[in-house]
Every structure is written in structure tokens, then in C-alpha cells.
Write a protein that binds this ligand. Sequence first.
Ligand SMILES: *Cc1c(COP(=O)(O)O)cnc(C)c1O
Length: 369
Amino acid sequence: MNTYKLLTPGPLTTTETVKEAMLTDHCTWDNDYKMITQNIRKRLIDLANAAEENYTAVLLQGSGTYGVESVLTSSVGDGVVLLITNGAYGKRMVQICDYAKISYLEYNVGFAELPDADYVEQLLRSHEEITHIAMVHCETTSGILNDIESIARVAKAHNKTFIVDAMSSFGGIEIPVEALGIDFIISSANKCIQGVPGFTFIIAKRDALAQTKGNCRSLSLDLYAQFEEMEKDGKWRFTSPTHTVLAFAKALDELEAEGGVKARQKRYTENNRTLIANMRALGFKTYVAEENQSPIITSFLYPENQNFNFGEMYEYIKERGYAIYPGKVTDMDTFRIGNIGEIYAEDIEKITEIFRSFLEVKNIRGDEK
Ligand SMILES: *Cc1c(COP(=O)(O)O)cnc(C)c1O
């Protein structure tokens, strides 16, 4: 099989040792296994910079979207949620609310724009019916890093429940969850913790979670029911993704060995900034303004050249050992390069060389008209 490293936003490239952790079959109600789950929950609260008496972690089967859907359908109830959107994952929250018939108000800004906290405050004043605010931290669509701090401040000043989709940032960017007063923050196994796909996790403020009891109209996505069962002794309500859980426990060990979130954030940031500098030197332009660019994933504009073809470039790069990602913003032609996962400075140098040789072979520069 042709293997390549993933320069994508997850699933991402994991270590051999994380993959090897999956070579054991585990019984789901066995005590050792339940302890692994409990240990993961504890460590996630630590990573969130929160205290166990105020916060808890719930693991839920499925991909990240299941976690977001679980939180929205379990917590909003008869309230109204303000959805702050600037990309596909914000839009997915809109879709979730449409499906579940949850009342919402949408504050949508452009893909390359940051939401404005003052405007959010105005909305809260003019729409007293709003009970919850939900937004995405790193919008993986463009690679923009939203300012959750300013919105958290407004949310807390107005006593609103604050929900953050931190799928592509949690574990890769320090988030002071308790200090910000975030009520629910969601991520998944296959992003910055560097595990494999199979479950999502929700770090919830205990009192906000307690209020979700009996709200959810989906059995499998009922956050409180999942919490209640897991809180007893670490047993998952329905069949748990045992192999994924073992890999995740290993991935947490490796995150700690790397020096924790701070060290990982440093590696991601350095690699991201080097990648952008190298790509600019080749003539490529970035989609998101530098000050708003996340250290997770970057959108680059297509060169305006007749000879450029994304599919061709993708294959060229894949043959040389890396997979990049198509663009997702709809107002411009872009492609994306993720730099989360087991990606190091030498990978950034290699990928730069591959881009350089591709442009040379095709006789184009990134920015050529
Ligand atoms: C990956 C991701 C999700 C979840 O996507 P799934 O395909 O359901 O795992 C949600 N939000 C953001 C910001 C993401 O990057």
C-alpha cells in the first residue's frame, strides 16, 4: 500500500505507538477498561485548565459532529441559541438546529472575518430571548482562529450558556476553559490530541450539564444520559470504540511527554509559520489575514495560471509522500495544508521542496497572473 503523511485537519498522522495501542481487544465492562475511560476523563479536564469539582468530561461514540449535535440538542431546550458563524462548521450548527427544530438566531460574518463582540452584545440586548451562544474556535474551513475570549466575556456578563466547538484546536492551543467560563467545549479523538477517529468528547461545566437532564429528544445523543452512566464507574452507555479509546490513552501519554499543550502549540505554530513563509517565497498567497491565522491549518489561494490544476498538484504531492486538502471557502479558489499531527520541521522542508518542484515542472509561480 502506498503510504503518505496527512497534512489535513484530521484524521491526521499518528505515531506508530498510538497505532500499536490498538492491537489489543478489550472487554467493555471490565474494570481495567473502565479505569482507562475514567483516567481519560480526568486528564481531559486538566487539559482544559479546569477543576474537577466544577467540570466533567463526557466521551461519546461518533465523530466530532455527534458531540456538537449532542450538546445543542441536550442543552438549548426551549431556549434560543445565538449561532455565530464564519465557516462550514458554524453552518453545521445551523443545520443541526434546523433538523432538531431548535430555535436560533444566526450572526454570520464572512469566511475571513472575525465576529465582533460588541455586535454580539447588541444582539443580546435587542434579543432578550437568547439563552445560549455557540461558536467555533478554529474554523477549519478557512483556518481562521476566532476570538472566543471576547465573546466569552460578553456571554458571561449576560449570563448566557456558552458553547464552543474547539474540535480542531483543543489540545493544540491552550484554552483556559474555566477562566473563560465556557459551559460546553467539544473536540474529538482524531484532532490535536493525535488519536484515531471513533469518539468525540465534551468538557462541561457541571451545573450547566445538570440542567440538560431530560432535554434531549435523541436517545444516543443524550448528553446527560451518557454522563450519568459514565460517571458511575466509567462504563459507556452503548458499545464503546475500545481500540480508539486505547489509542487515545496512548496519545494523551505522548502529549504529556511532548511537554503538554504548550509545547504542542509551539511545534504547531513554528511549523505553520515556516510553512507560510516558505509558501509565500514560492509566490502563494494566504486567504486569512496573518493576525487571524490559526497555527492549525492554512488556506492558500490557487495561482492564477492556466497551467495550474489542483487535482494534478494533489497527485504530484501524494506520490511524494504527503496528502494535502482541497479548499472549503466558497468565495475563492483555495487549497488547504494542515500541520497538526506527527508533522515536524523536516516535513515542512520536504513539502516546500515538493511544491517548488511542482511549480518548476509546470512552469508557474504561485502568484503569476
Ligand atoms: C473536524 C471538525 C468538526 C467535526 O467534524 P467530523 O467530521 O464530524 O469529525 C467540527 N468542527 C470543526 C471546527 C472541525 O474541524
